[in-house]
Design a protein around this ligand. Structure first.
Ligand SMILES: Nc1nc2c(c(=O)[nH]1)N[C@H]1C(S)=C(S)[C@@H](COP(=O)(O)OP(=O)(O)OC[C@H]3O[C@@H](n4cnc5c(=O)[nH]c(N)nc54)[C@H](O)[C@@H]3O)O[C@H]1N2
Ligand SMILES: Nc1nc2c(c(=O)[nH]1)N[C@H]1C(S)=C(S)[C@@H](COP(=O)(O)OP(=O)(O)OC[C@H]3O[C@@H](n4cnc5c(=O)[nH]c(N)nc54)[C@H](O)[C@@H]3O)O[C@H]1N2
Ligand code: SF4
Ligand SMILES: [Mo]
Length: 580
């Protein structure tokens, strides 16, 4: 029996027991004896077995030789290393070390949570997350643009017996269980947060002590909330005055956790949306107190320094990468041809690079378009260690079985560093580096030492220690097209890994037949998908899950105003029946 952890990009970072070549959930701790469909069916996945070059299976030795030759013959400034979070192990970055040292370009920016994070940092000076252990102590939980049944199921046991408020344009499973559910119009959240703060103040329910100590600019912020025209805006975002009253009533004198997901920030002004939510939480006195706070997608690397030499590398954005600027593109732990916005542009741009290398576990759009395919080892066949963006644990992921196929990230970096005469320490010393950040907590779980259970007790990490309020907002909504595109996470896939969704979900009142094909289109492109009718979706929305082939034909590759993030829901879409 050996212990490891799930490597996937997921809030929960579950602990796994590996026994007799089977995967089990750890009984205690935050894994609570259950995993999710991804890990329950992991071993049945079809992994890439052999390396391939221009369509022909080759040996790993041949693949490495080809890779070496490609790197040798490409001017170093013409090499791009595009890595994303297919595996969340901290050792995944070891290849960045090689590519940065050899003079290649890396990526920055994010397809994920960056706008929200930028909003948090603007207000608080840092992104310190409310951990699960504190959410467990709250009385009321506001689930705001997060779908825990799908994306963070280990939160669910903690919610038992608590008052639940859910704000989401989709009637998710958690919305169905909520004491109060607000089916807000997409992108309406900043206004809701501003109005909540305004009425909080009118009612005299702001936390006077918090404002006095850390919120001297509150009056200006209150003025900003007064610029929101109540009747018109409430109508626009589909929220009633009664809803606002209900929220304020339900949170009165209670310990409140605001659990925010990435759903609220898939817009250009996503940082402002998050900042307005944070300002409401601050004004209500939710920071620095037990059982209170805002949980977002935290920074998994908080309190952990990287031992890899990547600081000085040139970087280009992951959101709108111009692959055609490079001769050699090395993709690792990512499927950019499906998951980056504006797929048509991405595919064209990627096809122009002379040497396209894919280093991953599964076949997908990117492996199909690549020349050299190098299979990775799964997390079971290599040594790693991981942290989480939702709790504080630091989890060892030792190699628990031998794998014949594939190569680990360290082995690949070792080979390349040796060939190109770049210094690399032995694997164990990097693992040791990461392990030094762990201390045992009272429940016997190893956690990242510097992370706080209740951050911001003594004020914020801004220059003056005060909360820094949003000073202005500039709201734009595309009124032209017919439908909002909602593109959240699917139950059976992890973005484009595993069992991918393949339908468009619309409200039955639109009169489309179940299974009928429709074309959904936007400024950037279109996709044809069969319809699934769902009462859970608003009648002004089309829901297409992340990982659905073609969904990102519809999304634009603009950046968020703050945070260098993709904005998958910025543009609206049209729908059209397809003949035949
Ligand atoms: N099963 C599964 N789990 C996953 C993933 C997966 O692909 N599949 N992906 C992982 C990754 S990479 C991430 S980043 C996390 C993200 O996990 P979450 O933070 O839960 O993010 P999403 O599923 O994108 O969106 C959450 C909710 O936001 C709602 N939403 C959309 N637009 C708006 C809006 O304008 N306002 C409000 N209030 N709500 C809105 C959606 O309807 C959805 O219910 O999940 C991780 N976990
Ligand atoms: N429409 C739409 N698009 C989205 C989103 C959305 O909600 N809607 N969400 C965005 C978000 S939040 C994210 S985080 C991104 C995710 O985008 P990507 O990071 O591209 O995610 P995946 O589709 O999960 O692809 C990960 C790949 O990693 C590879 N992999 C897995 N494990 C390993 C390993 O151990 N080693 C190596 N070398 N490779 C491995 C697998 O082969 C898999 O193909 O997608 C973004 N795109
Ligand atoms: S819930 Fe998340 S961490 Fe747990 S097994 Fe599933 S994907 Fe892995
Ligand atoms: Mo993500």
């Amino acid at each position: 029996m050996k212990q490891t952890a799930c490597p996937l990009d997921c809030y929960d970072a579950c602990e796994i027991v590996y026994d007799d070549d089977k995967i089990y959930a750890k009984k205690d701790g935050y894994t609570r004896g259950f995993l999710c469909p991804h890990m329950n069916h992991y071993k049945a996945q079809k992994f890439i077995r052999y390396p391939r070059y221009k369509g022909k299976d080759i040996s790993m030795e041949e693949a490495l030789e080809i890779l070496k030759n490609i790197i040798e013959t490409t001017p170093k400034e013409k090499i791009l290393h595009y890595r994303n979070s297919g595996n969340f192990g901290l050792m995944q970055e070891v290849t960045d070390h090689f590519f940065a040292s050899v003079g290649a370009t890396l990526t920055d920016g994010t397809l994920c949570d960056g706008a929200g994070e930028a909003g948090i940092i603007a207000g608080r000076g840092s992104n310190k997350n409310m951990p699960l252990s504190e959410i467990a102590k709250s009385d009321v939980v506001i689930i705001w643009g997060r779908n825990p049944h799908t994306t963070s199921s280990h939160l669910l046991p903690l919610l038992k017996g608590k008052t639940l408020i859910v704000i989401d344009p989709v009637k998710t499973d958690i919305a169905k269980m909520a004491d109060l559910y607000i089916q807000i119009k997409p992108h309406g959240d900043m206004f809701l947060a501003l109005l909540l703060t305004r009425f909080l103040h009118i009612e005299g329910s702001c936390d006077a002590k918090c404002l006095e100590n850390f919120g001297s600019e509150f009056e200006d912020f209150y003025e900003l909330t007064q610029t929101v025209r109540i009747k018109a805006i409430l109508e626009m975002i589909d929220v009633s005055l009664g809803d606002i009253g209900d929220i304020l009533y339900m949170i009165q004198n209670k310990k409140v956790a605001v659990v925010v997901g990435v759903g609220i920030q898939k817009y250009r002004d996503g940082a402002d949306v998050m900042r307005a939510i944070d300002a409401f939480a601050f004004s209500a006195g939710f920071f620095g107190k037990e059982g209170c706070g805002v949980a977002y997608l935290g920074n998994s690397k908080e309190g952990i320094d990287s031992p890899f030499a990547t600081e000085n590398a040139k970087k280009v954005s992951k959101v709108n990468t111009k692959f055609e600027d490079f001769e050699t593109v090395f993709v690792q732990g990512a499927n950019p041809l499906a998951q980056m916005p504006n797929s048509k542009r991405v595919k064209e741009s990627f096809s122009k690079a002379a040497n396209k290398i894919y280093f991953g576990l599964f076949e997908n759009e990117t492996s199909e378009a690549a020349d050299l395919i190098i299979p990775a080892k799964t997390f079971l066949g290599k040594n790693d260690i991981r942290s989480s963006y939702s709790h504080h644990a630091l989890l060892d992921m030792p190699k628990v079985r031998d794998e014949e196929n594939g190569i680990s990230e360290y082995e690949l970096a070792r080979y390349l560093c040796d060939e190109f005469d770049i210094e690399l320490e032995d694997e164990e010393s990097y693992l040791k580096h990461f392990r030094q950040y762990a201390v045992m907590n009272i429940e016997g779980i190893k956690e990242v030492e510097s992370r706080e259970s209740i951050p911001y007790k003594e004020g914020f990490d801004t220059d003056d220690g005060e909360f820094c309020f949003l000073e202005e907002y500039d709201f734009e909504m595309d009124m032209e097209e017919d439908f909002f595109l909602i593109t959240p996470k699917a139950r059976t896939s992890l973005n484009s890994q595993f069992k991918r969704a393949c339908c468009a979900y619309l409200h039955p009142s639109l009169g489309l037949a179940e299974g009928e094909k429709i074309e959904i289109s936007s400024e950037t492109g279109s996709v044809v998908l069969p319809v699934k009718n769902s009462e859970d979706v608003r009648d002004d929305c089309v829901l297409i899950y992340s990982g659905t082939p073609g969904v990102n034909n519809l999304t634009c590759d603009l950046h968020s105003y703050e945070g260098k993030s993709a904005v998958f829901q910025e543009k609206k879409v049209k729908i059209k029946r397809v003949e035949g």
